[in-house]
Design a protein around this ligand. Structure first.
Ligand code: NDP
Length: 348
């Protein structure tokens, strides 16, 4: 059977910004028949995520991420429909997902890599399982629960960087649902900041590309910052940490501003910021959503309930047609083109 796939064509280098030529769209073939234990799936949606930048390097710098191989299909989160199954758990027509979905139109996968989806949980919006009802939502919810120390009635102020992105836009809303009294976002355009306030329930938002972040933070968080959901690292995080209260908490979710640089993860703080962190006893523990697999099922049910009840706004989903090549979506997401979760729609 003839299929289309996106393969890694070249590596950008550890300190390089990815370019379109790093990927190649090509025709390929897969077997016409499936073997015992296998399932043939047609791809519906693919997820593009910041961690994929690390997979473009020969060495990802991380023990849980494998590098993509040159001339092999890239892979990541995906959703599809079963076309043929020789695995007991799946039948033709089932909707399924996997973290190891190849960037190709049709694939034969080992059934053990797949999980069945229940579309009713998200009122049929299947792509939500790659965003607010999937790893993205889990990252926001479990990050806050495991590392945020949010407590209803404690009058806490939360700041979220990367606030208009997939995790960030949910983190602010969940922080509020869990009990924070003030939520302030930091994002890269005026449009994003306006949506955060008008649609996502943030109290205020700062465009970090305009004006002085530290000054605006001082004004918008007069009682200091108690919880910081950090998606970006770098200068933005340094400014936030400087305004954090004694015994406050950083949820170290990601450091996207550092992903095109050859630095260890998590990147060390500048000495003067580290001094503040230590003196004020601010926790900054690494958070990895995959370390909480035992809590995923119950958390997905919670997220789906909030979405159905309208308590969690899922924002705009950006869909790019497959023909425009999945990389364009990845590059756009890395450069701030998305509001909410960036998804690639491969087929109807
Ligand atoms: P997003 O949807 O947030 O997309 C990335 C966003 O990052 C862009 O839209 C852009 O928005 C912003 N950005 C890009 N470069 C910079 C920069 N130099 N400085 C500030 N902002 C920048 O992606 P996700 O929600 O999927 O991921 C958010 C973070 O969460 C990432 O760091 C990711 O690695 C991490 N993550 C961590 C997980 C974990 O288990 N710990 C799991 C999943 C994600 P803008 O216009 O605002 O610049």
């Amino acid at each position: 059977m003839i299929i289309q796939r996106v393969v890694l064509n070249s590596r950008p280098g550890k300190n390089g910004v990815p370019v379109a030529e790093n990927f190649r769209l090509e025709q390929s073939t897969i077997p016409d028949t499936v073997q015992e234990g296998q399932v043939r799936v047609r791809t519906l949606y693919l997820s593009v995520d910041p961690y994929m930048r690390c997979r473009m390097n020969e060495d990802t710098g991380s023990d849980y991420l494998l590098p993509w191989q040159l001339s092999e299909a890239a892979d990541g989160g995906g959703i599809g429909v079963v076309e043929e199954s020789k695995h007991n758990n799946f039948a033709k027509g089932d909707f399924v997902t996997s973290f190891k979905w190849p960037w190709q139109t049709v694939a034969v996968l080992d059934g053990s890599l797949l999980q069945k989806l229940v579309p009713q949980l998200v009122d049929g919006h299947l792509s939500f399982f790659l965003g607010p009802a999937g790893l993205t939502g889990l990252t926001a919810l479990l990050g806050i629960k495991e590392k945020g120390h949010v407590s209803a009635g404690a009058n806490q102020t939360m700041v979220v960087s990367g606030a208009a992105g997939a995790c960030g836009s949910l983190a602010g809303q969940i922080g509020r649902l869990e009990g924070c009294t003030r939520v302030v976002g930091i994002a890269g355009t005026d449009e994003k900041c306006s949506i955060l306030v008008s649609e996502m329930g943030f109290d205020a938002a700062i465009n970090y590309k305009k004006g002085n972040v530290a000054e605006q933070l001082r004004e918008l968080c007069p009682g200091g910052v108690d919880v910081y959901f950090d998606n970006v690292g770098g200068d933005i995080s340094d400014a936030v940490i400087n305004q954090m209260n004694q015994n406050s908490h950083i949820i170290l979710c990601g450091q996207i501003s550092q992903y095109n640089k050859d630095v260890p993860y998590p990147p060390p703080l500048p000495p003067e910021v580290e001094k503040v962190q230590k003196e004020r006893n601010i926790t900054r523990e690494r958070f990895l959503v995959l370390n909480y697999m035992d809590k995923h099922e119950a958390s997905v049910i919670q997220l789906c309930q909030w979405i159905r009840e309208g308590k969690l706004k899922v924002g705009t989903f950006t869909f790019n047609p497959w023909a425009l090549i999945t990389f364009a979506a990845f590059q756009s997401m890395m450069n701030g083109g998305n509001i909410g979760k960036q998804i690639v729609s491969v087929s109807k």
